[in-house]
Each structure stands twice: as structure tokens, then as C-alpha cells.
Design a binder for this molecule. Structure first.
Ligand code: IMP
Length: 421
């Protein structure tokens, strides 16, 4: 494959940053195609931890061209904070991406507040309101943002509408002059990176370059095919890549689905294979299951293959990359959810209504665990039999071959079983 999508197969936090960084060693271009700084991609290299929110995970390698594509929503302040930590990088920003402004953050907070018990548990980074504005034709595109006079005119129009909305919601209103002056500075820092990235990408593809498309979040958080309304406001599927980057659909060769060896979720919404109690606390501690963006403790569950088959149907998965296998070491028995019981029947799909999804009880198979420390394993054959059986079983049930597994956070704890490029 030459053009490969990295897809989160669960509710995000599967380790996509780590897998993208690993595969990026053979890539020429890495493209982020949706989301904004709600994402948290952790890349550990030579023992040093890098937390990325907005920038593509190839940014640590200056030989790679990193693209922030038109499907993204970019918070300029967060962007500048992130690039300030780097000294040598190669980046292009789409002129058609949208800008996240401070009123989006205020609106995100206010909507959540008014939803009360029905709240989504968003990252409160303004992502939903920024995508809402894009769809309502009230957005600010990067091309306008970096043009001082057009930005001034557009912002003054937008702020009239937005300040009314903020007032109605009891949120603080924003001062035009202060906002314009502050953001004009950010626009000047961003401007040199901006271009029509669709033109660049199509050229790179014609030159036969290896391109990785890096999704943020996971397919269960997809606005269309996720657990609506407990979702993000964009589509992290492989199918959204062409639209969100400006290439033809048939130029995507395949997708690597990244899955944890178990399941996690942050924010509200049903999670049928959730584990409550000591075992969940143990996995949370060993797996360091706390949000990269918000620090919130993640909910823990057994691996759910109904979820993975849903992702396979919706997004397409050529291979699986299984992360955090080491976290399961020392657990006597490991369960895998294979189907659900719903209204007296066995089902293999996710109901559209969350009340129905909440009512689904998983059917499990139980596999023997292993006690060995596997963090230094370098090949599939070195794994204990029980760990091999677990990987074989899960790939068999999902019906997607294994390409990669990982046994620790560092780049060199990632094992390639099947070549991707
Ligand atoms: P938003 O994307 O901030 O609007 O949040 C919507 C939902 O997506 C919430 O449940 C968040 O916890 C979840 N979410 C957003 N980004 C991530 C991520 O990078 N990892 C995991 N969950 C996420």
C-alpha cells in the first residue's frame, strides 16, 4: 500500500499517534484530516514523551511533510503553543481548514452546562461549535484568517451574531478589538505554512510518495456512524479522508485499524463491555488510562469485537494494530465480547438508539491470561502461548489480519508482523 489511513477502531485513545509515528519511519507525508485539539496523541521516542494535540504525528521527523488538511478545525493559540516546543519541522496547513475562536470554547461550555445529565462530556475545546459554524456558513476559514483586512471584516460580522448567542446563554461576551489584535498576531505566525494542501497532496501521490492519513478520535465517535449523540463533530473513518483532504476516493489504498487489547472510553454514553471495580482500577493504573487532553480517568472495558466489526463495516480495515497488550499481563482470565443479547435475541450490530445500546448485554468468550512480562518481546514468536492465542483469536473473530502489536509506549516496543508500505 502507498496511501494508508490510520483509523481508531474504538472510542479514541487507541494509540494512533504511536502507530502513526512508527509507520512514519517509512512515510514521506503524514496528514491529519479531521478534529482539532480535542485529540491527544502521545508519541514516546528514546524515552522522551511528546504530547501532540493538533500537529500530525510525523512532526518530530523533519524529513516528513506534515499536512493539516481542510477537514480540521484549528485553534491558533493552541497551534502556536505546540509549534513553540519544536525546532525543526516541515508543515503545511490547508487554506480551507476552519479556525476555532474563543467564543467556540464559551459556547461548548454553555451547551454542556445546559444539557445537565444529558451532557456529552466534550473536551470543551470548542470543537462542536466550530464545526457547527462551518456547516451554518458562519465559520472562519484559514484563507480569510491570514488576510488582515478580510479577517477584520469577517470577524466583526461573526462577532455580532456570536455575542448575541453568548448573551442569551449567559456566557461572557467578547471584545472585538482585543480579540482581533490578539488573533492577528497568531495569524501572522500561521501564514507562512498555509497553502492549498489538496494540490500538494495530489502532486505527492502522482510522485508515488508514501502517505499516511492520521485520524483523530475513533469510529465510535464518528458524527454519522458513532454512538450519537455521544460523539465528536467530525468523521474519523477512512471514508472521510477523500472529502477532508481533497483527493479522489480511489486513491486511498487501505486502512490500519488501531485497537487497544481492551476497551476504553472517556465522556458519557453506553459501553456494554465496561468493567467496574478493582480490575478496572488495575488496568487504568497499569495502562495509564487518563486523558492526554483533559486528564480525565478513562472508563475501562473488555475488548468488544461487535465494536470492531462495526468499524470494519463502516470504515474498512485492511489490517489491525493491537496496542497495550502488555497491560493485560498478570490477569488470570481475559474476556472478549463476541455479540450482544438484545430484546431476547443475539445481535451483531450497534443499535442506533442509545437507550437500546445501553440495554445490550455482551456475550463473552473467556481466554486464559499470561503472567510473563512481555515488554521486551521483539517478535510474535517470543510471546507467551496465551498472548499469541489471544491475538490470534481476536483477529479471527474480527476477520482482519494482524499487522502490528505493541508491548509498551516506546517506538521500539512496537512489533511489525506484516509490512504496511
Ligand atoms: P469533543 O470532540 O470535544 O466535542 O467531545 C465529544 C466526545 O468525544 C467526548 O465524549 C470526548 O470525550 C470525546 N473525544 C474527543 N476527542 C477525543 C480523543 O482524542 N480521545 C478520546 N475521546 C475523545
Amino acid at each position: 500500500m502507498k496511501r494508508v489511513v490510520i483509523v481508531g477502531t474504538q472510542w479514541g485513545d487507541e494509540g494512533k499517534g504511536k502507530i502513526t509515528d512508527f509507520l512514519a519511519q517509512d512515510a514521506d507525508v503524514v496528514v491529519r484530516y479531521q478534529g482539532g485539539n480535542n485529540a491527544g496523541h502521545t508519541v514516546v521516542f528514546d524515552g522522551k514523551k511528546h504530547s501532540l494535540h493538533l500537529l500530525p504525528s510525523g512532526i518530530l521527523n523533519p524529513k516528513i511533510t506534515n499536512v493539516m488538511a481542510n477537514g480540521m478545525v484549528i485553534n491558533p493559540k493552541a497551534f502556536i503553543e505546540e509549534i513553540a516546543k519544536l525546532d525543526n519541522f516541515n508543515l503545511k496547513i490547508s487554506d480551507r481548514a476552519h479556525i476555532v475562536l474563543p467564543y467556540h470554547l464559551e459556547l461548548d461550555k454553555a451547551y454542556e452546562h445546559f444539557k445537565g445529565n444529558e451532557k456529552i462530556g466534550t473536551t470543551q475545546k470548542g470543537i462542536g461549535p466550530a464545526y457547527t459554524d462551518k456547516a451554518s456558513r458562519l465559520g472562519l476559514r484559514v484563507s480569510t484568517f491570514i488576510h488582515p483586512e478580510r479577517f477584520r471584516l469577517r470577524l466583526s460580522e461573526l462577532l455580532k451574531v456570536k455575542n448575541q448567542e453568548l448573551r442569551k446563554l449567559g456566557a461572557p461576551r467578547l471584545n472585538f478589538d482585543e480579540l482581533y489584535t490578539e488573533y492577528l498576531n497568531y495569524a501572522q505566525v500561521m501564514a507562512p505554512y498555509v497553502s492549498d494542501t489538496s494540490v500538494y497532496l495530489n502532486q505527492a501521490i502522482e510522485e508515488n510518495k508514501n502517505v499516511l492519513f492520521e485520524g483523530a478520535q475513533g469510529v465510535l465517535l464518528c458524527l454519522d456512524h458513532g454512538t450519537y449523540p455521544f460523539v465528536t463533530s467530525s468523521s474519523p473513518t477512512a471514508s472521510s479522508v477523500p472529502l477532508n483532504t481533497g483527493i479522489a476516493p480511489w486513491l486511498v489504498d487501505g486502512a490500519v485499524g488501531v485497537t487497544k487489547a481492551y476497551t476504553t472510553r472517556v465522556g458519557s454514553g453506553p459501553m456494554p463491555s465496561e468493567i467496574i471495580g478493582d480490575l478496572a482500577s488495575h488496568i487504568r493504573k497499569v495502562g495509564n488510562e487518563f486523558g492526554t487532553t483533559t486528564g480525565r480517568p478513562r472508563r475501562i472495558g473488555w475488548l468488544d469485537t461487535v465494536v470492531l466489526r462495526h468499524t470494519k463495516r463502516i470504515s474498512g480495515l485492511s489490517y489491525l494494530a493491537v496496542t497495550l497488550l502488555d497491560v493485560l499481563s498478570g490477569i488470570d482470565e481475559i474476556k472478549i465480547a463476541t455479540s450482544y443479547q438484545f430484546e431476547g435475541k443475539e445481535i451483531d450490530y450497534i443499535p442506533a438508539e442509545m437507550a437500546d445500546f445501553e440495554a445490550c448485554i455482551p456475550n463473552y468468550i473467556t481466554m486464559p491470561g499470561w503472567n510473563e512480562d512481555i515488554t521486551q518481546v521483539k517478535t510474535f514468536d517470543e510471546l507467551p502461548e496465551a498472548a499469541k492465542n489471544y491475538l490470534n483469536k481476536l483477529t479471527e473473530i474480527v476477520g482482519v489480519p494482524l499487522a502490528i502489536f505493541s508491548v509498551g509506549p516506546d517506538r521500539n516496543q512496537t512489533i511489525l508482523v506484516h509490512p504496511i508500505f
